[in-house]
Design a protein around this ligand. Structure first.
Ligand code: BTN
Length: 327
């Protein structure tokens, strides 16, 4: 690590406390003048640092630049995020993660970006990804699960994302089957998982879990149609959450929840948060549109729906929406 990176990590670890120039110089093994120069250079890159003659330097909480040095100190994972690549602008973090997959990057490699020019949503949709507002992260996983567990990766990731968001704000986060997170009835997060099968087709070779969370206000960057359905944590709570800290927490929770897939224990948490259950829903399954009552989530994370005819369907994919809340 160079002086600047090490300085940034040290300031991040201090959690908003001041550290004197002398202490920093000693820790980094450089002169106080070198510390000062590195601080100026970080400020020129946009990092918000307060310098007070008698106290030293501190990294301000309102800093909104994503950086590996500001995420890594908060990771308590064994594998997830241990290889961490942070970018300014990319087309799609899922694309970068898939490229890294072909380059044999290890299980847990995480790709984070400030902005995506071609962020992808499910069913071929675009995912709006403006700079400075969202957390766009893709995680490459090589789980070697039996294929039957593959659909559960997204559901487990949704639990992880919901818990990570709740760590920073009091608001309850709900999951709309299968992968959307909702706050106060509007979407704050979407997840797109793209999987590759092993040659023998029975094991899941690897998957890229792409998670997009609207963190800072989206009022000035989403169009009015999108704002009817989507919101951000800041717009709902007034809280300005540090994206680096949220990213670390997301990766921490993801490691825990990925470990809960094979024994299906994550389903308890998933069911507690799932918001369609008990309500009348509409769903599009391929070209078929159905309406029915959502009865719950089965042990394979399928949505169980009772059609007006009484027929029971287990939906494994597709999109479902709340039609009306059952009286
Ligand atoms: C959806 O809501 O339909 C899923 C949205 C998934 C968006 C995330 S942002 C990070 C990753 N990169 C992408 O291009 N998509 C996912």
């Amino acid at each position: 690590m160079n002086v600047k990176s090490e300085l940034l990590s040290t300031l991040a670890e201090a959690n908003g406390e001041f550290i004197s120039g002398a202490a920093l110089a000693e820790k980094l093994g450089v002169s106080r003048n070198a510390v000062w120069k590195a601080v100026k250079s970080l400020e020129a890159e946009g990092f918000s640092i307060t310098s007070v003659t008698s106290k030293g330097y501190k990294l301000n909480h309102d800093n909104n630049i994503l950086s590996e040095n500001l995420i890594s100190p908060y990771l308590n994972t064994r594998k997830i995020g241990k290889v961490l690549k942070v970018f300014g602008t990319v087309d799609s973090t899922n694309n970068i993660a898939r490229e890294l997959e072909t380059e044999k990057s290890p299980h847990g490699t995480a790709v984070v970006a400030d902005r995506q020019t071609a962020g992808r949503g499910r069913i071929g949709r675009k995912f709006e990804s403006p700079s400075g507002t969202g957390l766009y992260v893709s995680i490459l996983v090589r789980p070697h699960f039996d294929l039957s567990f593959a659909p559960m990766i997204t559901a487990a990731a949704a639990c992880a994302a919901a818990e990570a968001v709740e760590t920073f704000c009091g608001n309850h986060v709900m999951i709309k089957w299968v992968n959307d997170l909702y706050m106060n009835g509007k979407k704050i997060c979407g997840i797109l998982t793209e999987a590759s099968l092993g040659l023998e087709m029975r094991v899941l070779d690897c998957a890229v879990i792409g998670i997009g969370i609207n963190v800072r206000s989206i009022k000035d960057c989403f169009d009015s149609e999108l704002k009817k359905k989507a919101t951000s944590i800041e717009d709902e709570t007034g809280l300005v959450i540090n994206r680096n800290r949220l990213c670390a927490e997301l990766l921490n929770k993801l490691e825990v929840y990925l470990g809960m897939i094979e024994d299906r224990s994550f389903l308890i948490k998933y069911r507690e948060r799932e918001m369609l259950t008990g309500n009348i829903i509409t769903a599009n399954i391929g070209t078929e549109a159905i309406i029915g009552e959502a009865l719950g989530i089965d042990d394979n994370a399928n949505l169980i729906v009772r059609l007006p005819s009484g027929e029971i369907r287990e939906l494994s994919s597709g999109e479902a929406n709340l039609c009306r809340i059952k009286a």
